[in-house]
Design a protein around this ligand. Structure first.
Ligand SMILES: [Zn+2]
Length: 299
């Protein structure tokens, strides 16, 4: 009896209390710049290989179809992604809802659909929308109008609760590879992982402040030059911090995703930030991201 309890508890430490997280990628077929001689197909293939090797559950990629126009490399990269991983709508041209009327945004959602339809295998569900810039409307009227449109068109909102602005490192890495600057690349890796570690902790802290307990999380990444290089270390980090990987559907089956902060926001942000702002909860302290250093490295 005692032994079986011990076995159960040991098993439980690794599974019962593990925090679930779904990994998602935005801005397909490419975020940021490419290193010289590297194609979008290559970046996609390398990232898919890491996902497969590490047994990452189906990871949604969010597509802007405008990037396909006249670009066969981009079209091939997307076909490759769609053959292995699910995908959703990120609007046709990455439109900022805060800068545009609700009707224009809705047209952009619609304009993206023929490409998704073409790429989709039978039965694939691409009716998930990720708001570009995580902006859901600067006014409450706009927010409600688009949410109503999405609901009427069978879309679910692909929320985000964990985000460390990983996209900053994509173009920086492309520049440092072009210069063959190993020291700078090493710094890009360490700065990325240090910020990722702090923002994983921050997301869990904010969940506790908003909901009173931790929740299933959704992580926002951007598919770009740095993705396949840093992903194995980022996955190790998440594992070390007690996260287990799940699909977006499973993550958002948590009742935490049923609520809606229902407030216009000039800044947008993750679901947790929206709740923190709507309820005027004080943010925990967190390290400043190295915007300036990442923006200027290898220039
Ligand atoms: Zn985006």
């Amino acid at each position: 009896m005692k032994t079986s309890l011990t076995v159960f508890l040991l098993f439980c430490v690794s599974t019962c209390f593990a925090q679930k997280v779904a990994i998602t990628f935005d801005d397909l077929p490419l975020n940021g710049d490419l290193p010289p001689g590297v194609t979008r197909v290559q970046i996609t293939r390398d990232t898919l290989a890491v996902l497969k090797k590490r047994h990452v559950p189906a990871a949604y990629g969010f597509i802007n179809a405008k990037k396909l126009e006249g670009n066969s490399d981009a079209a091939e990269a997307l076909k490759l992604w769609a053959a292995y991983e699910p995908f959703g709508n990120h609007t046709y041209s990455h439109m900022d809802l805060n800068e545009n009327p609700a009707e224009a945004f809705e047209r952009e959602v619609e304009q993206n659909e023929p490409a998704l339809e073409l790429l989709a295998a039978k039965g694939a569900n691409w009716h998930w929308l990720r708001y570009p810039y995580l902006r859901e409307g600067d006014t409450i009227e706009k927010r409600r109008a688009v949410r109503a449109y999405l609901q009427a068109h069978q879309y679910r909102v692909a929320q985000v609760t964990l985000d460390w602005e990983d996209y900053m490192w994509n173009s920086a890495y492309a520049r440092c590879v072009a210069r063959n600057d190993g020291t700078s690349i090493a710094w890009l890796r360490s700065s990325y992982l240090s910020i990722a570690a702090q923002y994983l902790d921050l997301g869990r802290e904010m969940a506790k402040l908003v909901y009173g307990h931790d929740i299933n999380h959704v992580l926002l990444l951007h598919l770009g030059a740095f993705s396949s290089t840093i992903l194995p270390d980022a996955l190790d980090l998440m594992q070390k911090k007690g996260f287990t990987l799940v699909t977006l559907e499973e993550a958002e089956s948590d009742p935490a995703y049923d609520g809606d902060p229902d407030a216009g926001s000039k800044y947008g942000g993750t679901l947790l930030e929206e709740w923190m702002d709507a309820r005027k909860i004080k943010y925990p302290p967190v390290a400043e991201k190295p915007y300036k250093e990442v923006g200027e490295i290898c220039k």
